[in-house]
Design a protein. Sequence first.
Length: 380
Amino acid sequence: MTPSQKATTLAMMFELQSMYFCDDESAKFEDVKYWTEEVAGGYLHITDDTITDDTKSEPDPDSPKPPDSPDSPDSPLMSAIEIDGYHISPPPPSTPDSLSFAINHTLASLASHGWPPQFLLLYDEIWTLLSSTISSHYTSLGPSLLLEADVNVWHLTRPPPSTSPSPPKKIGSNFPNPHRDMTYSQCHPTSSLPTSLSIWIPLTPSGSTPTNGCMRILPISQDNFFFSPDHPHHSNNSHYVDGGEEVKLTVPQFGSASWDPSCVHWGGGCEFDSKDEPRASLAFTIRKGDAKKGEFIVGGGEGVEQTGPKEVEVGRCGEGGIRRRLSVVAKAILGYSHHWPGLPFEEFEENLLRTKEKESAPPIPSTPPSTKPPPPPPNK
């Protein structure tokens, strides 16, 4: 990058850090009406909840608790996780028919307004989908589940023909480097059952298919170093490539794939001639309440106090207001900033680096009413 490009990137990262730390400076992005009416067209919503007290991330003794479920290999989920390392679940039964249109319209509208796909995390319906997915399929991990603050949204683009030069990786493009989210010893302190699960939900109508960017995972049976956290290849997985022993996870829209965080996995890219639309997906990690934290912490480490958004009880994951959600969005982008050098995304720089003169005007430009899409089809 040129010196000018480096300076711009640093300025963008400073603004994202303001969001991450919930600084007052980030208040200029908290216009709920803009996000719900101008961007989402009224199809997705943001509860105007301004709770920002960190104590709200702690368990509330008066809040209703879901029934406890033992973490047992006898459950279909945990049995598959223990043997294969991964499992695929159907969509939650409560998923409304209108959700597909609402989410995918908003993803497209966010991009047209210059906002990366992570800003989909501002909306109530995303947190409801996340929570209902866990309550429908993942309580067998254990009681008192916590959601890590590492929540992310990915939205791929169709690549150009092979004869064309490859464009720079945009924010939200797939992460193709084979890796483990946690080492074996981090999430298996006492048994072969993990204390955390990585969960991935396709959002686009085709779900995830072998050609539109599905998740790749190396089954435990094909991983010679799964049970060897001290071996160099346990953490350094660059020798794994597409076309080996990995499984391509085909998952329906709003269904979910889950895997042991110490399984090798990576996100596939959309093929140029795929008949399916490039996939979008929601990714997050849950853990047992007494398990070791597994999330990435900016500036974190042993003996370093956690900053930014904290883990939260799954049933309360949508609380905290738009400021907390902006903090989660910023963390999602900052955590992968090395994967998107320069933070390329059309108009995102302009959105983050508004001048003082522009800030005195309406905080963010609106969309002309004529561009509002037709209403979604009625519920079946």
